[in-house]
Ligand binder design. Structure first.
Ligand SMILES: *[C@@H]1O[C@H](CO)[C@@H](O)[C@H](O)[C@H]1NC(C)=O
Ligand SMILES: *[C@@H]1O[C@H](CO)[C@@H](O)[C@H](O)[C@H]1NC(C)=O
Ligand SMILES: *[C@@H]1O[C@H](CO)[C@@H](O)[C@H](O)[C@H]1NC(C)=O
Ligand SMILES: *[C@@H]1O[C@H](CO)[C@@H](O)[C@H](O)[C@H]1NC(C)=O
Ligand SMILES: *[C@@H]1O[C@H](CO)[C@@H](O)[C@H](O)[C@H]1NC(C)=O
Length: 949
């Protein structure tokens, strides 16, 4: 680094003359810019930034990030955002430009601010803005000078300690952002010194104690964000004096008391968020008079909803879910209303018909109240509706006009009501529907065959009704359906067709099905849970059920089945109780020849022994096959020769000489043409083993261009993205070593992971149970990798499909995160298609995804929490149709049941291990918090894991 700087500065002299020609800057400013150029370009040699492309000879005013005065005679603003800088020597150089007004060092790697910076920069009285957001600062410096400073941004660092008098000199401050650090202790009362302050952002720290009322002395405040701390006590009455306040954010603290009426005096307030605290009492009348957004969810508020609460015409979002509200829902509703959440209260009465006018209403959640009457038909006019949740109420009547033409509706939850009548044919008009829950009502008649028009449907719950007749043959056309619950109805007849996509569960229990177990079940190659119990199925248990490779639970109890029970793998739980004619076999069932011949005892024993040996060999072979070659049986058994892909472009990304000399593209392309090299299949990709001529093995991962997810990615763009990812250097992240782009596929090369996926290691590996120390290192490694990706300098890298199937094990202690390339290529914000099909695997998708349709850092933290729970409990993310996260959360409400979540095989080994597992369980449970805001950042997760020893 140093050497390169020297080289460059010697070159500088040659440019000096040219400099004068093109620059109108003073010689002093020119030479400062030259010095900066040298420092900046040499500091970032490993990670090229904007200035590596700058032509030094040009006028510095034209360099990227540099802004000059109108006449180009002085530098006014410098912006080094995302320059990859870490050398603190750079920091004070810009301050030799006495004309400087704004200095932006955000998104770099600075670990500290030297005293020299404070001395030199403090003298520029014209400096108004200083931005160190998203660096690695650990300490808040004591500011001296900086008389003109107006905006100070130190957010997203790791600043710890208390916040006292460090900024007292900055009397002219208008905007202070210290959000998302690790500041602790009390909030300083001395904030009142900042009489000009407009924006105060201290959210996402560890502040405790009460909120000082003196903050209200800063009369000009427009924004106060104290969310995500550990504050307690009341909201100061005096906040009502802040007559210019626009946003007040106090969410996720431990505040209590009532919502002060004084806030109503603030006519400018448009956002008030105070969810997840301990507020009590009634919501003041007039609360929303001026508001756009009100969020008071997850508190202990009670009383009825004031009649005027929903009516003000500016109002867009109201969230009062999870409180103790009683009474009815006011009928006077703002036409602008976009989101209304009143779930988990004690509301009664009917749903007002006035909802019908609301053309902006997109999310309506009234679940788990005591609402009665019918669903107003007028709701069918709310054509923006994407989510409607009326589950767990006491609604009655039928569904007809109510459905209207809600073509944007994605989620419809009506379960646990008293709705009756038929399921109307019109349901087919809800084209966007992804989840439909009509379970536990009194619907009767047949399942309409038009239901097959719902091409986006992924989950269909009709259990617990009085549906009769046969399952329509068209149902096989629901090509995205992953769960079908039809239990507890009066269905019967012949089942001819079922969606091959079914994965989580198919439940036909408690119906009137009879005759042989239908052959069509053999097509469900992804299914995990099959429940046929409590019907009148008869005949033998067919062998094809044994071949459903992904099955974990098979429930056949209380039928009329007969014959010998076939031998299922050890990973399948089979329940056959209550079938009188079934015979349990100790040895595997073989086709027995009909004509019984007399044979000597010796022959019988010999045959039995050899059968046993063959069976063991077959079993072991199958087992190994399952473990390493998790193949879609249909494809591999065809064994057809797939032609070599048509290569468009190929490139080595790694600088590592060993890989560069080993990777041989042609042998890799031969390897992917042979299905027997398939090692792992995940939702988005297939991993092949490719043995190079040198004998070294690599993973070659195939991504399909034809997949929806690549629609917006061109070959060039993809290549660019991969180059960036190839530079990621973290031992817990699988970064691509090379790639081949073919006409309709992309192939990425990775280091080979001998131990396969974490999923296989945990659940398909009975002979090698993963001990706790391994599981702990895996948890740490995955957390490290994810924290690295989330903190990546040029913006966080989010994973679309984080699951135990996307984690590869180099050894039983070294995990690597796979499938990292997907998010960067796909921008979900731009995608129009149904996102739920691409955003992760079932069991790892956070609850808010249904509403937000966005993958976020908090969503990744949730998926990570599920992986932690898998490591702790030894249970897969979904079993018996139940998501592990939900199961663990329900257990965790009782402290004495916590250890029931843990994998007993490990927790019993020692009290020390059990206690460590329990502390990590706490981390896992916060990661899977229902509210995304309540989930910690990966950085803190990692810290918590490290300290949980
Ligand atoms: C100032 O410099 C910029 C960038 O080089 C240039 O576009 C602009 O025309 C210059 N203005 C004057 C007044 O020279
Ligand atoms: C500081 O930089 C960050 C990111 O580059 C930006 O989002 C933020 O608005 C900036 N802060 C100020 C006060 O300009
Ligand atoms: C929250 O505040 C209450 C008093 O209002 C106190 O009893 C409780 O311990 C606090 N909880 C936490 C986590 O600080
Ligand atoms: C539900 O409403 C019906 C009347 O429609 C009433 O008879 C019943 O008691 C209600 N059930 C509950 C649990 O409130
Ligand atoms: C559908 O309703 C049933 C209750 O009948 C409930 O157990 C299930 O969790 C619901 N499914 C979803 C996705 O909400």
């Amino acid at each position: 680094m140093r050497r390169r700087y020297v080289d460059i500065s010697s070159v500088l002299l040659c440019f000096f003359l040219i400099d004068y020609v093109s620059s109108q800057l003073s010689p002093a400013q020119n030479s400062t810019m030259s010095r900066l150029y040298g420092l900046v370009t040499s500091n970032t040699s490993s990670n090229p930034n904007e200035w590596t492309h700058v032509e030094f000879a040009q006028n510095p005013c034209s360099w990227s990030g540099v802004s000059c005065s109108v006449d180009n005679t002085s530098v006014i603003r410098l912006k080094f955002a995302k320059f990859g800088l870490s050398d603190v020597e750079i920091l004070s150089v810009p301050c030799q430009l006495d004309s400087l007004e704004s200095l932006d060092f955000s998104n770099n790697h600075f670990g500290g601010i030297p005293n020299e910076f404070i001395d030199v920069c403090g003298k520029i009285s014209g400096l108004k803005t200083l931005n160190f957001s998203r660096n690695r600062l650990v300490q808040l410096p004591v500011f001296k000078g900086f008389l003109g400073l107006e905006f100070l941004d130190f957010s997203f660092n790791e600043i710890n300690g208390t916040f006292g008098s460090q900024l007292n000199d900055l009397a002219g401050l208008k905007g202070l952002n210290l959000g998302d650090n690790k500041l602790s202790g009390l909030l300083p009362a001395s904030l009142e010194n900042f009489s000009q302050l407009k924006e105060l952002q201290l959210g996402g720290n560890e502040f405790q104690g009460s909120i000082p009322g003196e903050i209200a002395n800063c009369r000009n405040l427009t924004l106060i964000d104290l969310g995500g701390n550990r504050l307690s006590g009341l909201i100061p009455e005096r906040f009502g004096e802040l007559l210019e306040l626009e946003s007040l954010i106090l969410s996720v603290n431990n505040l209590s008391g009532e919502i002060p009426k004084s806030l109503l005096k603030i006519t400018t307030l448009s956002r008030f968020s105070a969810h997840q605290n301990n507020f009590v009492g009634e919501i003041p009348v007039g609360m929303t008079k001026h508001l756009k957004i009100l969020d008071l969810s997850f508190n202990k508020l009670n009383g009825s909803i004031p009649v005027d609460l929903l009516s003000p015409s500016n109002l867009e979002t109201v969230d009062l879910s999870d409180n103790g509200m009683v009474g009815s829902i006011p009928a006077d509703i703002s036409p602008r209303l976009f989101r209304l959440r009143l779930g988990n209260n004690y509301l009664s009465g009917t749903i007002p018909t006035s909802f019908g006018k609301l053309s902006n209403l997109t999310y309506l959640e009234l679940e788990n109240n005591m609402l009665t009457g019918q669903i107003p038909p007028e709701l069918g006019l709310c054509h923006s509706l994407a989510l409607l949740n009326f589950g767990y109420n006491n609604l009655s009547g039928t569904l007809q006009e109510q459905l209207g033409k809600l073509t944007n509706l994605q989620v419809l939850y009506l379960q646990f009501n008293n709705l009756s009548g038929i399921i109307p044919d019109r349901i087919s008009e809800l084209y966007s529907l992804q989840r439909l829950n009509l379970s536990r009502n009194a619907f009767s008649g047949q399942i309409p065959s038009s239901i097959s028009s719902l091409k986006n449907l992924t989950n269909l719950y009709l259990q617990g009704n009085q549906l009769s007749g046969a399952i329509p043959d068209t149902i096989g056309g629901l090509s995205n359906l992953i769960e079908l619950q039809l239990g507890n109805n009066q269905l019967g007849g012949v089942i001819k067709s079922l969606p091959k996509s079914l994965q989580i569960a198919l439940n036909l229990s408690k119906n009137n099905f009879e005759g042989d177990i239908p052959k069509v079940l053999s097509t469900l190659g992804l299914l995990e849970v099959l429940d046929l119990s409590n019907n009148k199925f008869s005949g033998k248990i067919p062998e094809f059920l044994v071949n459903l490779g992904t099955l974990t639970h098979l429930l056949l109890s209380n039928n009329q089945l007969s014959g010998v029970i076939p031998m299922f793998g050890t990973h399948v739980t089979v329940d056959t109780n209550g079938n009188k004619g079934l015979i349990r076999s100790t040895t595997p069932s073989l086709p027995v020849s009909k004509g019984k011949r007399k044979v000597s005892a010796g022959v019988v024993i010999a045959t039995a022994a050899s059968v046993l040996v063959v069976a063991i060999i077959v079993f072991v072979a199958l087992y190994i096959f399952r473990k390493y070659y998790r193949v879609n049986n249909v494809h591999s058994s065809l064994g057809e020769d797939i032609p070599q892909p048509q290569v468009v472009q190929r490139k080595l990304l790694t600088e590592n000489g060993i890989h560069r000399s080993n990777i041989e593209f042609n042998s890799a392309m031969n390897a992917v043409a042979n299905p027997s090299n398939i090692m792992v299949k995940t939702r988005f990709s297939t991993y092949y083993k490719a043995v190079m001529p040198s004998g070294k093995k690599y993973f070659v991962k195939k991504l399909n261009w034809s997949d929806k997810i690549f629609q917006m990615g061109s070959h060039e763009k993809f290549g660019e993205e991969l180059k960036v990812l190839g530079k990621l250097n973290n031992s817990n992240v699988m970064s691509p070593l090379a790639y081949v782009l073919a006409t309709d596929n992309a192939y990425l090369f990775y280091e080979f992971a001998e131990n396969g996926t974490l999923f296989d290691f945990l659940y398909n590996n009975s002979d090698n149970e993963l001990e706790w120390s391994s599981r702990y290192s895996i948890a740490l490694g995955v957390a490290q990798g994810l924290a690295f990706l989330h903190g990546y300098t040029s913006g966080p890298i989010l994973l679309l499909d984080l699951s135990s199937k996307s984690i590869m094990l180099k050894s039983s202690k070294e995990p690597q995160l796979g499938d990292i390339e997907l998010f960067k290529v796909i921008d979900p914000a731009k995608s129009t298609g149904s996102l739920s099909t691409i955003a992760g695997s079932v069991g790892y998708i956070p609850p808010e995804y249904a509403y937000t349709m966005r993958v976020t850092m908090a969503a990744n933290v949730y998926s990570f929490g599920v992986i932690l729970l898998e490591l702790l409990s030894g249970k897969p993310a979904v079993s018996q149709g139940m998501e592990l996260a939900k199961w663990a959360l329900s257990k965790s409400s009782q402290q004495d049941k916590l250890d029931q979540i843990l994998d007993f095989r490990l927790s019993r080994t020692s009290p020390a291990i059990k206690s460590q597992m329990l502390s990590i369980l706490k981390v896992a449970l916060t990661c899977v918090s229902v509210s995304p805001d309540a989930r910690p950042k990966m950085k803190s997760v990692l810290r918590m894991l490290l300290t949980a020893r």
